[in-house]
Design a protein around this ligand. Structure first.
Ligand code: PMP
Length: 389
């Protein structure tokens, strides 16, 4: 037996297989709603003009490629904090650092929770982003799922969420999507965030908010409302932040982990733990993307340019949602949901029929990327949806 012979073959990423199938499909009318990146009306995932300008500046002015440090670009982190928490960010209680994407932030946050309390359970509403379970499993924390949404009615199951938190053990963590829920687009209302914040504070539960789409649902402030409400209720809070969608930086892997501690002394202890966990994982995060974000946030002009471009992204997604919702009462829910994703209530066979009979490609779960749509693709999608149901 080979020394590495105990390994078992792992399933490949089903979305990658979907990309292959889509590429091989000769039909001219094919529609790709699978991959999770923003696309403009021409089907491109463009680099923001503000990013190009910041990159040019970086290329011209970066004085060195010497190491940064395990905390990454501090200016990036400091620039992002008020965007997330508002100008009244509780800086003295705030720990955190730059991470390789939102994924790195989730992983580091999970490791922090596990180091503090290996018996903590993580509660999360399902369906959720498929990478949540493996990230938490890698830290050996147990994940417990409750129902976030009923896909048939597309109603958020808030009673199920509340019951799960009522039944949780004090010290457990609760993973919540800050906005633009992936894969359902079904976000909590302001009242629901208030109720969640109050309940988590009362029951001694640790909120861990995954915010990967700030600015893609509503305004930057509205998309951060959940985080800010929970921060008002709960003395401690983790936020895994991604800049990969709202700056269009995907492959540059730009994210940050924010941790609000109970008091400034505790924040210092948390910070030292984050630095040691980062050193053991990636030592230091990649610099380029975070430096680009910092340059954009530091410049009045580039910041305005970036926000205008992000506005275009959000407006296009919202227009596709409204357009699709208007075509069939059974799709009206799409208009009430936010962000890049919704999940159609389709069985795996129906998803297959969408692909084979109608050349419409989506994740096996029925998740569609709204940004894969254009005005011309709305009617074919609605017609195919009606035909397979
Ligand atoms: N959380 C959610 C809910 C996501 O959808 C994603 C990205 N698909 C991430 C985290 C990770 O983002 P990143 O690409 O920055 O690692």
């Amino acid at each position: 037996r080979a020394l590495l012979g105990r390994l078992e073959l792992q399933p490949s990423d089903s979305l990658l297989a979907l990309i292959g199938m889509y590429a091989a499909d000769p039909r001219a009318n094919k529609i790709d709603l699978g991959v999770g990146v923003y696309k403009d009306e021409a089907g491109h995932t463009p680099v923001f003009t503000a990013v190009k300008a910041a990159e040019a500046k970086l290329l011209a002015e970066q004085p060195t490629k010497a190491y940064v440090g395990p905390e990454g670009d501090i200016g990036f982190f400091e620039g992002l904090a008020p965007i997330l928490f508002g100008e009244a960010a509780p800086r003295a209680r705030l720990a955190g650092l730059q991470t390789p994407g939102g994924t790195g932030a989730l992983r580091l946050g999970a490791e922090l929770i596990a180091r503090n309390n290996p018996d903590a359970m993580i509660h999360v509403g399902g369906p959720t982003w498929p990478n949540h379970a493996p990230i938490f499993a890698a830290t050996r924390l147990s994940l417990r799922q409750h129902r976030h949404i009923d896909l048939v009615t597309q109603e958020l199951c808030f009673d199920d969420v509340l019951s799960a938190l009522q039944a949780a053990v004090p010290g457990d963590a609760v993973l919540l999507h800050g906005c633009c829920h992936n894969p359902t687009g079904a976000d909590f209302t302001i009242d629901q965030w208030e109720a969640l914040g109050a309940l988590m504070a009362k029951r001694g539960l640790l909120p861990f908010i995954d915010l990967a789409y700030q600015g893609l649902g509503a305004s930057m402030d509205e998309d951060a409302a959940g985080v800010r409400i929970v921060a008002r209720h709960c003395p401690e809070l983790l936020v895994a932040y991604s800049c990969d969608k709202n700056f269009g930086l995907y492959r540059e892997r730009v994210g940050a982990l924010f941790v609000l501690a109970a008091e400034p002394e505790a924040a210092a202890v948390v910070q030292s733990n984050l630095l040691s966990l980062a050193r053991a994982n990636w030592s230091m995060p990649p610099d380029h993307g975070a430096a680009v974000v910092r340059l954009i946030l530091e410049s009045v002009e580039l910041r305005a340019q970036w926000l205008a471009e992000l506005d275009e992204v959000r407006t296009r997604i919202a227009a596709m949602r409204t357009g699709l919702a208007a075509l069939d009462p059974a799709l009206a829910f799409i208009g009430r949901q936010k962000g890049m994703f919704s999940t159609l209530p389709l069985s795996p066979d129906q998803v297959k029929a969408m692909r084979e009979q109608h050349a419409i490609y989506m994740a096996g779960s029925g998740r569609i990327n709204i940004a894969g749509l254009t005005p011309a693709k709305l009617a074919p999608l609605a017609a195919a949806f009606a035909a397979v149901r």
